[in-house]
Design a protein around this ligand. Structure first.
Ligand SMILES: NC(=O)C1=CN([C@@H]2O[C@H](COP(=O)(O)OP(=O)(O)OC[C@H]3O[C@@H](n4cnc5c(N)ncnc54)[C@H](OP(=O)(O)O)[C@@H]3O)[C@@H](O)[C@H]2O)C=CC1
Ligand SMILES: O=C1O[C@H](COP(=O)(O)O)[C@@H](O)[C@H](O)[C@H]1O
Length: 495
């Protein structure tokens, strides 16, 4: 039986794309499961004028768009908890009107003062909103109640701006009240990394530089920038995907075992791992990171001819890089990462490549045997969830030769339908006050310091763009990056 959580949600940017496409359907799932029942209310805000009925209709449409029946009793009941308040976040006077509405709903639904402020709008407003929430008395003063602030990405565009933002938020909210969303941390198989590592002696005992040759993280996207070009062109793949999602995945792969499975202990280990990540000097940044921008194919425009992209844009739509940890566990074992738009396919995977046996006894002089393949443990994150372990085995015949075979575990299609969407999980965690799957400030700051060095070097040089063909796996430089170390990407096209 699900535990009911009581709270008032205030969505800033409550009529935006993210709210309608992800946030309201996720809340509805929590409602259907009983995590939200009668003691919750939602205030959606934005500048436009709208009454509650119109807002509720839009909310029901968003449920329908995500596969629900908009006219079901459940959808009607759920949407009756939604209220709309026109509100300009830059107008301090508007906050007192919002406070009145919040206090009224608090009484009506017996919410015990619990408040979740969800900032789902352009980041330049985050600081102002947090400040006015406090100064205008929106935060509950009930000592047993919680006030939680949920922040969407991007959290800054470099270390300095992120710090500035964090300082602004910290004037109103304590670190444990701030939930910085990284939706990759809400994905089933990303959360499974901890189970795989710390639940299996077989895995964790080999999880180090003595046995692992390298680890590869690939976040590949098939689509281009679509309708988000004006945001994306100011960001690029390094800021959009590496600073947050990839750094979070890498820290889960690299961290030591936490003392206990709590948010404080897990975050402490992730931070320790990120502290030992080598921040590159100029020369190493230039060698260890490569970038790309997609060209055109058939009648499909290149990146520079997408809507809202300047014709001389030097924004990268692809990144590949090598990360090195200077610590006892990982010294000498590189982590290769890559991500990009308009690549061969949409998928996310982690390939853990083990060292080959020190002696290949099957490779005696007269043997026809091909050299032993490396053992590879693959974590399939999306679109299919599962693991695969590549081992060497004897071929099933009268002779004696070896071949690589795979032990596969794939979550079946029926079961994966039950997997909660990342936003549903993360909203549930916010309701519970569990910060495990959110980025803490120290994690964000170490990630920015690392990424800033790459950016600094790239900003000094004019790139030769476009440099990769759509539906490939990125520019030749990404192959050269890994081949230089006498290695290759485990996921390759046509394999
Ligand atoms: N959409 C997505 O898929 C993703 C979005 N994000 C992040 O989520 C956040 C929201 O994105 P998204 O929903 O796409 O953005 P939208 O542009 O779709 O929505 C922005 C919202 O903010 C409101 N708004 C803008 N200015 C003001 C103002 N001065 N006062 C009050 N409300 C205002 C808008 O309404 P109005 O103009 O009527 O005031 C609208 O409701 C961003 O931080 C984005 O980076 C992160 C990952 C994915
Ligand atoms: O945060 C972002 O992630 C999406 C990719 O997310 P996924 O869950 O579909 O893998 C990316 O398209 C977007 O540019 C970025 O802002």
């Amino acid at each position: 039986m699900a535990t009911e959580r009581k709270a008032l949600f205030l969505f800033f940017g409550g009529t935006g794309d993210l709210a309608y496409r992800k946030l309201y359907p996720s809340l509805f799932n929590l409602y259907k499961k009983g995590n939200l029942r009668s003691h919750f209310a939602v205030i959606g805000t934005s500048r436009q004028a709208m009454d509650d009925d119109k807002f509720r209709e839009a909310v029901r449409k968003s449920l329908a768009d995500s596969g629900n029946r908009a006219d079901s009793k459940e959808a009607m009941d759920f949407s009756s908890h939604f209220y709309y308040q026109a509100h300009d976040v830059t107008n301090t006077a508007h906050y007192s009107v919002l406070k009145e509405a919040a206090d009224k709903l608090d009484k009506k639904y017996k919410l015990e003062g619990n408040r979740i402020f969800y900032l789902s709008m352009a980041p330049q407003f985050f600081g102002t909103i947090a400040q006015d929430l406090k100064s205008q008395g929106l935060m509950s003063t009930n000592k047993d109640a919680f006030n939680r602030l949920v922040i969407e990405k991007p959290f800054g565009r470099d270390y300095d701006s992120a710090k500035q933002l964090n300082d602004a938020l910290s004037k109103s909210f304590e670190e444990e009240q701030i939930f910085r969303i990284d939706h990759y941390l809400g994905k089933e198989m990303i959360q499974n990394i901890e189970a795989l590592r710390f639940g299996n002696t077989l895995v964790e005992s080999l999880w180090n530089n003595r046995y692992i040759d390298n680890i590869q993280v690939t976040l590949s996207e098939k689509l281009g920038v679509e309708e988000r070009a004006s945001y994306y062109d100011n960001s690029g793949a390094l800021r959009d995907m590496v600073q947050n999602h990839i750094m979070q995945i890498v820290s889960l792969l690299a961290m030591e075992q936490p003392v206990a499975f709590t948010d404080t202990d897990i975050r402490a280990e992730k931070v320790k791992a990120l502290r030992s990540l080598r921040v590159y000097n100029v020369a190493d940044a230039a060698t260890n990171f490569v970038r790309g921008q997609y060209g055109s194919i058939n009648d499909q425009p290149d990146y520079r001819h997408e809507d809202n992209v300047p014709e001389d844009s030097t924004t990268e739509t692809f990144v590949a890089g090598k990360l090195l940890f200077d610590n006892y566990r990982w010294s000498g074992t590189p982590f290769y990462v890559r991500t990009g738009k308009m690549l061969a396919d949409k998928f996310t995977r982690v390939d853990v490549v083990f060292k080959r046996p020190l002696v290949d006894i099957f490779a005696f002089p007269q043997s026809q045997n091909t050299p032993l393949a490396a053992n590879v443990l693959t974590i399939f994150v999306e679109p299919h969830a599962g693991f695969s372990l590549q081992l060497n085995a004897k071929t099933n015949d009268a002779g004696f030769s070896t071949e690589p075979i795979k032990l596969d575990y794939l979550v079946d299609a029926e079961k994966s339908k039950e997997t909660p969407e990342p936003y549903e999980r993360l909203l549930h965690d916010v309701l519970k006050g569990d910060g495990t799957n959110f980025s803490s400030w120290p994690e964000v700051s170490y990630a920015w310091k690392f990424v800033d060095q790459i950016r600094r070097v790239w900003d000094l040089q004019e790139p030769q763009f476009p440099n990769y063909t759509p539906h490939s796996m990125g520019p030749a430089a990404a192959e050269e990056l890994i081949q230089r170390d006498h290695r290759e990407w485990i996921y390759r096209l046509n394999k």
